[in-house]
Ligand binder design. Structure first.
Ligand SMILES: Cc1cc2nc3c(=O)[nH]c(=O)nc-3n(C[C@H](O)[C@H](O)[C@H](O)COP(=O)(O)O)c2cc1C
Length: 158
């Protein structure tokens, strides 16, 4: 039987163009994907969470982490990763890249035999490869109907 995992990284606090949020933009998209696919959610969270809650310090922090090519340790494990044949990887675009904890995740699990799809939220530079998905963060945050429509179109396509 086909089983789907949706692993994602997402932040609350102050985010670009949406103010102070209590649910991350990418988290919202991840939940919509879970609803559409019946998949299981796994949030990629770091053990030592020192990410600032304000936007400007956060972008500086993330820039440094990227420059250092850091691999922050992440919390917990996906139980029975071998059971999943489809894996969605979700993240906010950070400096035109995936946040470093997503690399920690990807290096931890061997996904080579699985179908892997990526999705991101962003605020202007959402460039993704064919079969992947990008959505403006503020649409995820503020326009549930449009977010659901876009996710549905994508899922139906793949
Ligand atoms: C550290 C940082 C770097 C970012 N870099 C980009 C970028 O390069 N391009 C872009 O379009 N948006 C960028 N953004 C905006 C986020 O991708 C966008 O707000 C996203 O929806 C946040 O998702 P989240 O709430 O799930 O964390 C950046 C935001 C942060 C905090």
């Amino acid at each position: 039987m086909s089983k789907t995992l949706i692993a994602y990284f997402s932040r609350t606090g102050e985010q670009y163009s949406v103010g102070n949020i209590t649910k991350g933009n990418t988290a919202i998209v991840a939940e919509i994907i879970a609803e559409k696919t019946g998949g299981d959610l796994f949030e990629i969270k770091v053990v030592n969470d020192n990410y600032p809650n304000e936007y400007t310090p956060l972008i500086q922090f993330a820039k440094k982490e990227k420059q250092e090519n850091a691999r922050p340790e992440i919390i917990g494990e996906v139980s029975n990763i071998e059971d999943y044949d489809t894996v969605f990887i979700g993240y906010p675009n950070w400096w035109a890249e995936m946040p470093m904890p997503v690399y920690t995740f990807l290096e931890k699990y061997n996904l080579s035999s699985k179908k892997v799809y990526k999705f991101c939220t962003h605020e202007g530079s959402g460039g993704v490869h064919a079969d992947d998905f990008a959505l403006y963060g503020h649409i995820a945050q503020n326009d549930r109907q449009q977010a659901e429509k876009k996710v549905s179109e994508w899922i139906d396509n793949i």
